[in-house]
Design a binder for this molecule. Sequence first.
Ligand code: PHE
Length: 342
Amino acid sequence: MPVGADNLERLEEEARREIAAAESLQALTEVRARYLGKKGSVAGVLRSIGDLAGEERARVGQLANATKQRIEEAVGERRGALERSDRDRALDAERIDTTLPGAEEPPAGHLHPVTRVFRDMVEFFTSMGFSIEEGPEVETEYHCFEALNIPEVHPARDEQDTFYVEGGNVLRTHTSNVQIRAMTGRTPPFRFIAPGRVYRHDLSPRHYPMFHQIEGFLVDEDVSFGDLKGVLYAFGRHLMAREIELRFRANHFPFTEPSAEMDYACLLCDRQGCGVCSNSGWIEWGGCGMIHPQVLENCGIDSDRYQGFAFGMGVDRTALLRYGIPNIRLLFEGDLRVLGQV
Ligand code: PHE
């Protein structure tokens, strides 16, 4: 190869082009080896200058060395640039955008339907000035029955209905025991609610051996059945998302006089009749009435001066209607496929 300034210039130009085109550190190393390596083009030039005459040799030698240095610099610059972009790429790849939404939404739980209904009920009554009372679930027969005027022979005492526990106590069959506990030793006026668990030996789409009631009672000097109706209608409407029919039906309880039961129109069948409402189109929601004077007296309250109303409504049934659940058992089996839908 004839050696001269022209050749070196062309060589440098080529080298620069290739250096600029090298897209990776690996490619750049290869380019560098081709030009600056022991067997590279510049070394070839340097080797061949031996054939040149003295002055010319020195001149070309200098040029070749200068070319070598400039190529080396160009390689260095390119290397720096490639390293920087490698790092940027790596940083880009590692960047985490903490504002991005998750790929999968974490499953969120919610309150049990019965808890939701309970909370709604409690809120309704506390906003009307009622306060909350509690009573034991394992109860004496006195508080569960006798003081409530329920004679020994009353069907509620039947072993079919009542769970008796050792020591002569019972699992309370209703929250009405709280009437006795809360009223004894208190002077009216007062108004209470008592939400809680109750137990009866019973099983059907509407019945479960453990269920929930909310008791309410108010005692004052001038209380009428009209007050009771007003409160219960407002209560019933408040609990359902849609307009729903409610009705009062005369009934009998030993601890209220007069007594009534309140029914919800069955929302599950739109009153057409279904398994849940035993084809009646109505679902018993709970019992109510004017507190029997004898019960007031049993609690040491002057029944000539005071009257009161009381009610005990089913909580689980409210949840069945509100959420369209066809069997009370589904509320208590803890099956997330069911509970997740409501
Ligand atoms: N304790 C009654 C029941 O469980 C309901 C009730 C409560 C009725 C208060 C009248 C007054 O069926």
